[in-house]
Design a protein around this ligand. Structure first.
Ligand code: SF4
Length: 127
């Protein structure tokens, strides 16, 4: 059977400035995901896949080690941080949404919250 070589690597956004996120199921995970997509849509950072690191996709892991990488986790469970630590990825920028004062399970996913977190990211983690 012919294999698709592209299936072995991630075809999401590569580049010098990359954002990845836990994209968790809860409100703060959803906010982290939507903020990352807004960074991508506004061409601040390319968005890529944290799941590719968990799946041990080597080209993605190597690319992340070279990139200016920003990881956004929703809460103090720190899923994304633990995945990067296991893969040996260091020296990345890190934002945990709960550190901004938002409470897991009690934060409405509104344009106002997304814009507030996005503005914080673009000021503190622009480059
Ligand atoms: S860091 Fe928190 S919000 Fe994100 S996936 Fe893990 S438990 Fe969910």
């Amino acid at each position: 059977m012919k294999t698709n070589e592209n299936s072995k690597s991630c075809l999401c956004g590569n580049g010098e400035y990359v954002v990845i996120t836990c994209s968790g199921a809860c409100d703060l995970g959803q906010i982290s995901d939507l903020v990352a997509r807004k960074l991508r849509d506004n061409k601040i950072r390319k968005m890529n896949c944290l799941a590719a690191v968990a799946a041990d996709v080597k080209p993605t892991i190597e690319m992340f080690k070279e990139a200016n990488l920003l990881l956004i986790d929703g809460c103090a469970v720190d899923c994304g941080k633990k995945i990067l630590d296991k893969a040996g990825i260091e020296n990345y920028k890190y934002l945990r949404i709960t550190d901004l004062g938002y409470v897991k399970g009690q934060t409405p996913v509104t344009d106002e919250v997304i814009t507030t977190v996005y503005d914080k990211v673009t000021i503190d983690y622009y480059r």
